[in-house]
Structures are given as structure tokens and as C-alpha cells.
Ligand binder design. Structure first.
Ligand code: GLC
Length: 426
């Protein structure tokens, strides 16, 4: 079997980490399969794929195509881009879109995959249009489509060129079905993590030094939001919650992460967050560590991991990762995230955007070390049961094999096969 994976970005966000885990899991389960990755921008993804023994190359988006995106349009974002602005951006990038599809189809024809597996909205559409003869296309959808007008239109228009959709949660699966009018087969494969890397024991970081803060009092409880700086990840809710904590609480907050994607208008800048912290009077109680490559070590250095997305979270990889690290977790209760934890059992929940609710959960956990430990243990047990990345290969392999057979059957029915056509199936 030969599979080519397409990624819209070379940076490592949640979707790219899941892609790497899927590649690692497939490599292990099917060492003889040929796996190849094409990435649309420079970044750590290519090197990480190469180190897994996966062929990888960059086929860079031209700048107009790289900037194009509607992550800022309504839905999950605080900053809104109007439909007219989107339409203008789309039409000005059309020549580069056409050029990119031509370049991508040349590379795909050279590689001759049986399955093209796409990550990211742009690659779903581009991969579908550049699809080589005889290949099946699988869209691996990690985000809600309905909240992104441009993505929704592009996916609807390309739906008949896609054979199957994998969604990261039931919640995203329902959304894709709604947007594509039930025309596409959608299966849910929940994300998974590397349980050896995301483990309760292991390397830890000096978060205070990273944030340029003096060491806190010895019994300080460290509470941190680990996320990209996308506006809907709830940094403002987290900072407001810290400001609402009683003055005498021994809590220090940490914001770990930095702006990641090239899409315009959808992210905070660290300076903006520092200003907000100053306005709220919590500058001395919160540290900004910037991007940390080892998210597991960052989580292990915290007593409480906070997930604070203000819009429904499609999956929420950080939730699975924090559970796997055996850390107490407070998560925002909406969207696919609701499929991952049960409040009171293996995490505590709060309503999206509810700073007071979040503050009271933080205060509760700061007071109660045994509760933190119990939630951490239950979280690890849940992760071992549900989020082991070996499951990714065992759920993906049947999908790829089915697609190869389905396509083969269809082609026999529709055409007379030539020797060349049949070659990849032997
Ligand atoms: C996207 C989603 C996030 C999910 C990740 C991996 O980043 O927004 O919820 O955890 O993909 O599927």
C-alpha cells in the first residue's frame, strides 16, 4: 500500500501532532507500507516525519494561498473577517490556487499513491482537485466546518472528489455531515497520544525561569493553559479567572504557547496578552513561557492543566495529553471535548468563557491536593484505556484497505483495466 499524506502547514499544532502519531502508529503496524508526506510550509513537521522513516517534502503554498483562510471569520474566533473580505482574498489568490493544484498533481502522479490522506481545509480541497488517477481521497477533518464559511463552501464543492471523511470526534462528524448534506461517508476516529511521552513521570521544566519570574513560595500551586494563541482558546477567560482568585491563594498561572499559524487575524500576540494581564492586575501572578517544544514536560511541571476554549472544541488534544500525564485537569464543557472526560471523575468542567466558574474550579483544586491526585490518577487510567496511539493504526488500516478495494471494484466495473492500471493493486 502506498499512502500520501498532505498537510496544509509544517508547524506543529494539534492536527499535525495527531498526523505524526498516526504515521508512527502505521509505521509500526505496517512496516512494508510506503508512507509519504507533502507539507505546504517549512516547519518542524517534515523533520519529525523523516525521523519516523516517512518520506517527506515541502511543496510550499505561494504567499497568497498561505495567507488565505477564514479561521478569523465568526465561529471559533473573536476577530471577525467579513464575507466580502474573504471573497476578495479568495479571488486574488485564484491564480496561485490553480498553479498549486497543477504542481501538486505532478508530484502526486510521480508518487502514485493508492490513497491520499489530507489534513487541513486547504489540503482537503486541493488534494481532492489534484487527485491522481486511481487514488482514493480521505479527508481527516479536525475542526468544525460550519463555522468557517469559506471552508464550508470549498468542501461542499469538492465533496464528490472525496471518498471518505475521518472526523476526530462525533461532534465534528455531525458537523461535516450537516455541511455536506449527508453526501459523504463520515467515520469517527478519536485522536490518540503517545502514552510513553505523555506520562506522569519524566522530565520537567523550570517554567518560572522560562517566563522570567522569580521562584514562587514553595507550596504554590502551578496552574497553566497550554495552547496555541488562537483567540478561541480562552486566554482572556484564563487571565480573568486568575484575577478573580482570592488574593491570598497560593496560585501561579502560566500561559504556554505562541502564535503558530500563518492565517491572518485569528491569533493573540504575546504582547497583547501581557497587556491584558497588566490591566487585570495579575502581571506578577502569571508567567508567559512562549512556545515550549516538549508539551509533556510543560504539563508535568504543572499541578493543574487548564483547557479554556470559549467556542466548542472539536476534540481538544491537550485534554487527552494532560490526562495521559496524570495531571489534574479543568476543561471547557462543549463540543467534542465533552466526549473525552466526565466532570468529577477524571477532570473538572466549566462552561466556555465562564471566568467565575473557572476561578472557582482553580480555587477548589488549589485547596485540595488529594482531589488533584485522584483526578490525575483517573485521567491517566482513562488515557491508557482510550487514547493509546496504537489504536490509530488499528482503526486507519481497515479504512485504507476498504478504500483500495472499493476503488478497485469500481474501476473494474467502469473501465477495462490495462496492465498499468492494475499494477498498483498487485
Ligand atoms: C484541531 C482542533 C482540536 C483538535 C486537534 C487535533 O486543532 O481544533 O480540537 O484537538 O485539531 O484533532
Amino acid at each position: 500500500m502506498k499512502i500520501v499524506f498532505l498537510s496544509s502547514t509544517g508547524q506543529l499544532g494539534g492536527a499535525e501532532n495527531v498526523l505524526l502519531d498516526a504515521l508512527a502508529s502505521l509505521r509500526e503496524a505496517r512496516p512494508a507500507w510506503t508512507l509519504h508526506l507533502i507539507v505546504a510550509s517549512e516547519g518542524p513537521l517534515v523533520g519529525r516525519a523523516l525521523s519516523l522513516g516517512v518520506g517527506a517534502e515541502v511543496l510550499a503554498f505561494p504567499p497568497a494561498l498561505a495567507r488565505l483562510g477564514d479561521a478569523g471569520a465568526g465561529g471559533n474566533a473573536g476577530h471577525t473577517v467579513s464575507r466580502a473580505q474573504l471573497a476578495r482574498r479568495l479571488s486574488s489568490s485564484l491564480p496561485s490556487v490553480a498553479g498549486y493544484i497543477r504542481a501538486l498533481s505532478r508530484v502526486l502522479s510521480r508518487l502514485g499513491p493508492e490513497v491520499v490522506h489530507t489534513n487541513g481545509f486547504k489540503m482537503h480541497a486541493l488534494g481532492a482537485w489534484a487527485r491522481p488517477r486511481g487514488a482514493s481521497v480521505v479527508w481527516h477533518v479536525h475542526d468544525y466546518v460550519s463555522s468557517r464559511p469559506l471552508a464550508a463552501r470549498l468542501l461542499s464543492a469538492s465533496a464528490r472528489r472525496c471518498d471518505l471523511v475521518i472526523a476526530n470526534s462525533e461532534s465534528v462528524a455531525s458537523d461535516v455531515r450537516a455541511v455536506t448534506g449527508g453526501r459523504l461517508e463520515v467515520r469517527t476516529i478519536a485522536n490518540a497520544v503517545n502514552l510513553e511521552r505523555f506520562a506522569p513521570e519524566g522530565e520537567m521544566l523550570d517554567l518560572d525561569a522560562l517566563a522570567g519570574l522569580p521562584s514562587p513560595e514553595p507550596d504554590t500551586v502551578r496552574v497553566g493553559l497550554v495552547a496555541t494563541l488562537a483567540r478561541w482558546k480562552g486566554h482572556d477567560t484564563f487571565l480573568r479567572a486568575l484575577a478573580l482568585l482570592p488574593r491570598d491563594s497560593r496560585v501561579r498561572g502560566y500561559v504556554t504557547g505562541d502564535a503558530l499559524y500563518q492565517t491572518e487575524g485569528s491569533q493573540y500576540g504575546l504582547e497583547e496578552l501581557r497587556r491584558l494581564a497588566a490591566e487585570l492586575g495579575v502581571s506578577g501572578r502569571v508567567g508567559f513561557t512562549g512556545y515550549v517544544a516538549d508539551a509533556a514536560a510543560a504539563m508535568r511541571s504543572l499541578d493543574v492543566v487548564v483547557h479554556a476554549s470559549t467556542a466548542p472544541e472539536p476534540f481538544g488534544l491537550v485534554i487527552a495529553e494532560a490526562m495521559a500525564c496524570g495531571r489534574a485537569l479543568i476543561a471547557s464543557e462543549a463540543g467534542g471535548a465533552l466526549e473525552l472526560f466526565s466532570t468529577g471523575e477524571n477532570a473538572l468542567g466549566h462552561a466556555p468563557g465562564d471566568a467565575e466558574g473557572l476561578a472557582s474550579r482553580i480555587a477548589q483544586l488549589a485547596r485540595d491536593a488529594p482531589l488533584r491526585a485522584a483526578l490525575g490518577r483517573a485521567g491517566r487510567a482513562t488515557a491508557v484505556r482510550r487514547f493509546d496511539r496504537a489504536r490509530l493504526a488499528s482503526e486507519l488500516i481497515p479504512v485504507y484497505e476498504e478504500l483500495r478495494k472499493a476503488d478497485f471494484g469500481l474501476r473494474i466495473a467502469e473501465h477495462e483495466l490495462t496492465e498499468d492500471d492494475a499494477a498498483p493493486y498487485h
